[in-house]
Design a protein around this ligand. Sequence first.
Ligand SMILES: [Zn+2]
Length: 288
Amino acid sequence: MNFRRQLALNAYYYGSLPLRAWCKKSRGAPVCVLFYHRVADANPNPWTIPTRQFIRQMKWLRSRFELVSLEEAQRRIRLEWNDVPTVSITFDDGYADNCDSALPWLIERDIPLTYFVASQFVLENKAFPHDIAHGVRLSPNTPEQLAELAEQGVEIGAHTRTHADLGKITDKAQLRDEVLGGARELAEMVGRPMRYFAFPFGLHENMQAYVFELARQERWRGVCSAYGGYNFAGDDAFHLQRIHGDPEMVRLKNWLTVDPRKVAAERRYQYQRLACSTPSAAVGAISS
Ligand SMILES: [Zn+2]
């Protein structure tokens, strides 16, 4: 971000503090779910955050929010009102570099985290296409690393087999293979069943209602998107809207303290009420 934009965003951030306070008064404190990809100092790319910057963010978060598991985040969303600013940390894809500093730092401090992994890259030890397109082959985690993380209390979550854009797949068998097949492979690696799923890319156009149906059938606890959105008490707790863990501190602060512009522009992904839903699940499925 250039200096001018940083200055403008800082001015907006401080200028809109009264509006942010009003927002908190009217909707309660948000339950934010952050997603990161890779914490590393070598081979930077748009989805990498330097270790020092990541730790700076974690320290800032710890001083202002309660850092909780996805399960606890969902419990707070199901409340009628939440007064406690809350953040849950997640990671996507499964990069080996995360095991160097970031994950041990979080685990040592008992900060809960959910780690969404695309299974095939781990099983075949191959680089992600988006990294190859960017000119660098980055190592995925190994099955042993994932098993150890699970052993240390990290929630391992499913993120498809091949990191496919599920919004483009029309064949249900292929969707099941990506979603359920990926979850099964991970469950075998870590020795415990998957409970959460995150859509690769995670924008509206990358999502499908059928995947929510599959997740319900599997009795998973929740599904994550990644288009940037808040969760407030009373929202649908099954669909967790996530916010990017932006390396720019001012942008992250702007997001997490509830940007009134973003609240006004928010468009929650809608999926249909499901025949297989439990009554409480159905309420979640139709809330906006
Ligand atoms: Zn991903």
